[in-house]
Design a protein around this ligand. Structure first.
Ligand code: NAD
Ligand code: UGA
Length: 448
């Protein structure tokens, strides 16, 4: 009989799968990464990540060099591990509900790989899935593919992921919590033991519960965070209409209340990224399927969609009509330190600017290659901030990149047609910008 291995495998090597697998391999645990994307696998074998994430490249190169990580498109390799994390995407269908096609396919692939093996294997659902998916959707597919029943011979657990892009490695090295939604006690104990091995030196708060509650925790977390952003943006929009009111000071003060706390209170152009919109839509749709209309979550989404117009309106306030005006957009990524533009607020703002007859120049320190794929051709993409600002009637600071914090007033004045700035992230030190027409999210002006 084959001996139980210590290896862990991942099926789906996107942000979550690749970052988590790399961190686990860095702890000395043999890791097998499986993805259907051959190009991605080729790249990974050379130690090159397919997206930008701080610390990832260095860590990946090290584990590949030490032979701790293996990459393959061949899912049967999973049989060499004793735990498999399913980390494939869970996109939205047209109606907003969750599309479980990749999760089902990955489960089928894992099941086929371990069918016939006498060795205990734990399957872990790390992808974000709606409540009940692990027990009602994954379990039957897995049991049919393995011809085994979940229990002492075959483990199954939910284990949602809470990392954020731009700090994925840091967040995986030291997560604020681990949530284990075990189908049975052996699955729970096996996963707890694996995490103890990974975090041997640190005690990470761990919640062990049933799979459905674990899945719900993930949606609750994203719903709360998105609600916080839409709440502070709502306050910002009120401040903007009240002379002298400033959302920055409001946020600082309310953050001192321990019931509120200081984090995640930055007003801005609205949340973006691959998950908040998708997960809120999935939760809304799921909630309706169990006969509850979550009107709060619909409002959170609507506030977010409208936030782009708030930013465009600030530029309209400075310029009057936007027709034939040249707007420089600084920052395209949905937040700093990533090249990800999925659901980025820049997309909504640029779309509205173009619809209003403006011409748009744009620059991002990291997302230009992505931008070339997703933005309309008429958006002029420029290789640096200064070229982007040249001849602009107005500049909109869309992403809070450190590089933009370092721009001097003279960088704007010497290049732009007129010194008009809309600060959608509140990164500009206003006092240094005397003589500028400056409007910012959440900052009341006398003409508001
Ligand atoms: P992603 O789209 O970046 O990557 C998914 C990967 O899975 C792709 O490389 C794809 O080729 C691969 N894949 C699809 N089907 C496959 C199959 N059958 N076999 C092997 N590989 C397959 O996704 P992501 O951003 O890493 O998200 C994965 C899941 O984690 C989603 O459910 C998401 O909601 C959740 N999540 C994401 C984040 C984040 O910051 N991106 C954070 C927490 C949770
Ligand atoms: C978010 C969550 O933070 C993670 O915990 C979760 O795992 C992940 O979604 C997911 O499920 O995919 P992420 O989308 O990578 O992570 O990035 P965040 O840092 O949370 O930012 C999301 C958006 O909200 C960004 O556009 C950001 O600019 C915006 N935001 C965030 C604000 O406008 N204000 C804030 O105070 C915080």
């Amino acid at each position: 009989m084959r001996r139980e291995s210590d290896a862990v495998s991942f099926i789906g090597l996107g942000y979550v799968g690749l970052c988590t697998a790399t961190v686990i391999a860095s702890k000395g645990i043999k890791t097998i990464g499986v993805d259907v994307d051959e190009k991605r696998i080729e790249q990974l074998r050379k130690g090159n990540p397919p997206f930008h994430e701080p610390q990832l490249q260095q860590m990946l190169k090290a584990v590949v060099r030490k032979n701790r990580m293996e990459f393959t498109t061949d899912a049967s390799k999973i049989a060499e591990a004793n735990t498999t994390f399913i980390t494939v995407g869970t996109p939205s269908k047209d109606d907003g509900s969750i599309d479980l096609t990749y999760v089902k396919k990955a489960t089928q692939d894992v099941g086929s790989a371990i069918a016939g093996s006498p060795v205990y294997h734990l399957v872990v659902i790390k992808s974000t899935v709606t409540p009940g998916t692990t027990t009602d959707v994954v379990r039957p597919v897995l049991e049919a593919a393995t011809e085994k029943v979940c229990g002492p011979e075959l483990g199954l657990s939910s284990n949602p992921e809470f990392l954020a892009e731009g700090s994925a490695i840091k967040g995986t090295l030291q997560p604020d919590k681990i949530v284990i939604g075990a189908l049975d006690s052996k699955s729970g104990a096996t996963l707890t033991k694996l995490y103890r091995r990974i975090y041997s030196k640190t005690k990470i708060p761990t919640v062990v519960t049933d799979p459905t509650t674990a899945e719900t925790i993930k949606y609750a977390s994203n719903a709360f965070l998105a609600t916080r952003v839409s709440t502070i943006n709502t306050i910002a929009n009120i401040c903007q209409r009240v002379p002298k009111a400033d959302v920055e000071t409001v946020a600082k003060a309310i953050g001192l209340d321990p019931r509120i706390g200081p984090l995640y209170l930055k007003a801005g152009p609205g949340y973006g990224g691959s998950c908040f919109h998708k997960d809120l839509q999935a939760l809304i749709s799921f909630s309706r399927s169990v006969n509850y209309d979550p009107i709060l979550l619909s409002a959170v989404e609507e506030v977010n969609q409208r936030q782009a117009s708030e930013i465009v309106n600030l530029s309209r306030k400075l310029l009057g009509s936007l027709d034939n005006r040249r707007i420089a957009v600084l920052g395209l990524a949905f937040k700093k330190d990533t090249d990800d533009m999925r659901e980025a607020a820049s997309l909504r703002v640029i779309d509205e600017l173009l619809k209003n007859g403006a011409s748009v120049s744009a620059y991002d320190p990291m997302a230009l290659e992505t931008a070339r794929r997703v933005l309309p051709e008429k958006v002029e993409l420029l290789p640096d901030a200064i070229s982007c600002l040249r001849r602009a009637d107005c500049c909109i600071v869309m992403t809070e990149w450190d590089e933009f914090r370092r721009l001097k007033p003279s960088d704007y004045k010497s290049t732009m047609k007129a010194p008009n700035i809309v600060d959608a992230r509140r990164i500009i030190k206003r006092d240094d910008f005397e003589g500028f027409n400056y409007l910012a999210v959440g900052l009341g002006t006398s003409s508001s």
